[in-house]
Design a protein around this ligand. Structure first.
Ligand code: ZN
Length: 184
């Protein structure tokens, strides 16, 4: 019994040879009157697997293109739209290090309004310090700032080392979610 794929290809079985046959309306019969493609059962299975793989590749490509279009359509980041992580105005002394924790007194983020204009990366909250292997989790405002502008920060905090180290392509941190470098 033949089945039409998308109303176009006709797939069936050649009962004489017990092989799989695909008919295509544009395939012209050769001198032997053959206007179709014949596959052994193994070839047919391999083709089916290959089609599944290629269909997945094509869908992934379409998703990547759609994501690139979306990102390209976002307004540019206004780097001056800064607040502290809780939304309050930036203070002079926010970079002071708390000796008990090694963390800054407070952290600057892109404002809530600026972050709502759209992310160019997924929001990821946990990262691993490659030097010590420890995972640190950050608050949403900082995580969303990374998602809106991956290059906003030059460094980040490790809760094990109790200090800040560089981020970026040559930095010391990767996101737990996907293993990409923090700050890229
Ligand atoms: Zn560390």
């Amino acid at each position: 019994m033949n089945e039409k794929v998308g109303g176009f290809l006709e797939v069936g079985i050649d009962e004489g040879s017990a092989e799989v046959v695909i008919n295509h309306p544009d395939l012209k019969a050769d001198e032997n009157g053959v206007g179709h493609i014949i596959f052994s059962p193994k070839q047919a299975r391999d083709l089916a697997q290959l089609l599944l793989t290629k269909a997945g590749d094509a869908e992934r490509l379409a998703r990547e293109r759609e994501e690139a279009r979306r990102v390209a359509s976002l307004p540019p980041v206004d780097w001056s739209a800064r607040t502290l992580a809780d939304g309050s105005p930036v203070t002079e002394d926010h970079r002071e290090i708390n000796p008990a924790t090694g963390q800054q007194k407070d952290y600057v983020v892109l404002s809530d309004e600026e972050r709502k204009k759209g992310f160019v990366r997924p929001v990821r909250r946990s990262y691993k310090h490659l030097k010590c292997g420890t995972v640190t989790t950050m608050g949403y405002a900082i995580a969303e700032t990374y998602a809106r502008e991956p290059q906003f920060y030059s460094g980040t905090f490790c809760c094990q080392c109790r200090s800040h180290f560089p981020v970026g392509a040559e930095g010391e941190f990767v996101w737990v979610d996907d293993g990409t470098k923090v700050g890229t």
